[in-house]
Design a protein around this ligand. Structure first.
Ligand code: UT7
Length: 332
């Protein structure tokens, strides 16, 4: 019997309507369009507005669209891996509220917390259930309502983040399509540089933690940048080398969208030329777990069956990783 691989058989994305421009940000904090554009490549980002709406509400339209494209019902999903850093609630898992909202009555699920690397970690995890034959349809969701934890008084951090959701369906392939290899890493010595200090078991919420603004994402941008720029580029190069791939073999490089300068460094390190690098950071900013699935969604029509695609991510933790996959379908 031929080996079973986990192929992506459908992707979709969703971003909320409200557009937060650099211009509007410059009325909120001391910044300007020129600084944000030249330092990050971001022009605007989307924000989920509305009382009582959370991350799962971003994921619902993304996944309903995916199911429609694939022509299947939510009840056919076996497993949901919900990758997020902004869960609907600290517990229970957003995978549960999300499954309930879409009617995935036969699925079990759990949340994946690996910050901006979550979607790649989620794909690698989901692939195991397909490869072993345990499941036939595994849904990997990457979604974040970053606006719920961004401090709009911190000009160095608030300018990069936005809200969004994306998803990919994994199904078995016996023709060698899908996830071929991945290298995943984490290093807890990075915690001081990118975190949320309060609201966990070490420092539960108090009036003091709220006054100290410790329920917002904290980032030492320069330090994170230094780690991201080398780690993401190195791990992408490593997965290519391990699979004897040169830049010419790669159809598309899909990097996490945190900063255009980090993306450029990854492209340069792997030798992949600019027109093969998927970039939409100017429209959405850093949507954390959603960046890579949003890229897959927007580029889906350009991907061809058999394309060699490299995913690369870096995030809080620190976490980072890269994945080599063979695209499984043509859209036309
Ligand atoms: O998603 C995964 C994890 N996150 C990342 O990968 C993000 C990595 N970090 C970055 O992308 C960058 O560090 C930032 C975009 C967050 C910041 O850019 P930077 O070039 O590292 O700026 P900086 O924090 O070193 O600040 C440089 C200067 C400072 O002024 P002085 O001290 O040189 O006078 C800042 O106060 O720029 C100032 N500054 C700003 N000026 C205008 C910081 N933020 C702003 C701003 N507008 N929004």
């Amino acid at each position: 019997m031929s080996k079973i691989t986990a192929a992506i058989t459908a992707v979709n994305g969703y971003v909320p309507d409200y557009v937060l421009t650099n211009q509007e940000l410059s009325t909120m904090v001391d910044t300007n369009d020129e600084w944000i554009t030249s330092r990050t490549g971001i022009k605007e980002r989307r924000i989920l507005k509305g009382e009582g709406l959370g991350t799962s509400d971003l994921a619902v339209p993304a996944v309903m669209g995916l199911l429609k494209k694939r022509g299947i019902g939510a009840e056919e999903i076996d497993l949901i891996i919900f990758c997020t850093t902004t869960p609907d609630m600290p517990f229970p898992a957003t995978a549960n509220s999300f499954a309930h909202k879409i009617g995935a009555v036969n699925a079990w699920g759990f949340d994946m917390q690996a910050a901006c690397s979550g979607f790649v970690f989620g794909l690698a995890t989901g692939a195991q259930f397909i490869e072993t034959g345990m499941h036939k349809k595994v849904l990997i969701v990457g979604a974040d309502k970053m606006s719920s934890i961004v401090d709009y008084q911190d000009r160095a951090t608030c300018i990069i983040f936005g809200d969004g959701a994306g998803a990919a369906l994994l199904e078995p392939s016996t023709e060698g399509y899908g996830i071929i290899d991945s290298i995943l890493k984490s290093d807890g010595s990075g915690i001081p540089f990118l975190n949320m200090k309060a609201g966990g078991s070490i420092k539960p919420a108090t009036h003091e933690t709220i006054d100290a603004r410790e329920h917002y994402a904290y980032q030492e941008g320069k330090t994170v940048f230094k780690f991201a720029v080398t780690s993401m580029a190195d791990v992408a190069a490593e997965v290519m080398e391990r699979n004897n791939l040169t830049a010419d073999d790669i159809a598309w490089l899909v990097p996490h969208q945190a900063n255009k300068r980090i993306i450029d460094a990854t492209a340069s390190r792997t030798g992949v030329c600019e027109d093969k690098v998927v970039i939409n950071i100017e429209k959405y900013g850093n949507t954390t777990n959603a960046t890579i699935p949003l890229c897959l969604w927007e580029w889906e029509d350009k991907f061809k069956k058999g394309d060699n695609i490299i995913l690369a991510a870096f995030g809080g933790g620190f976490t980072w990783g890269s994945m080599y996959l063979k695209w499984a379908y043509d859209t036309k």
